[in-house]
Design a protein around this ligand. Structure first.
Ligand code: FES
Length: 104
């Protein structure tokens, strides 16, 4: 499956042949500007992304813990998510996201 990522400069990067991993891992491992400092335990917010509106309803809703972490990140928007909490599946093939400024 693939994921489309707009980086902080607005450049579109296509990540291909992804398998069972989180969105945070896929973006970080591709060398994009996303830190993912806590490794996915929802304590850093450096994996903050904005989900393309077409994909918003395809995702499982954020947990209370994720929602609480999003409350303290900069520039939270209605389509903000922590990418470490999004598990990539075939159903999400073509998922499109934008990296938040505070992710790098
Ligand atoms: Fe730290 Fe997602 S990697 S909150």
């Amino acid at each position: 499956m693939k994921v489309l990522v707009y980086d902080q400069d607005g450049k579109l990067v296509e990540l291909n042949e992804l398998s069972s991993q989180t969105l945070m891992e896929a973006i970080r491992d591709a060398g994009l500007n996303l830190t993912g400092q806590c490794g996915g335990c929802m304590s850093c917010g450096t994996c903050h992304v904005y989900i393309d509106h077409r994909w918003w309803t395809e995702l499982e809703p954020a947990s209370e813990t994720e929602d609480a972490m999003l409350d303290v990140v900069e520039d939270r928007r209605e389509n903000s998510r922590l990418s470490c909490q999004i598990k990539l599946t075939e159903e999400l093939d073509g998922l499109t996201v934008t990296l938040a400024l505070n992710s790098g």
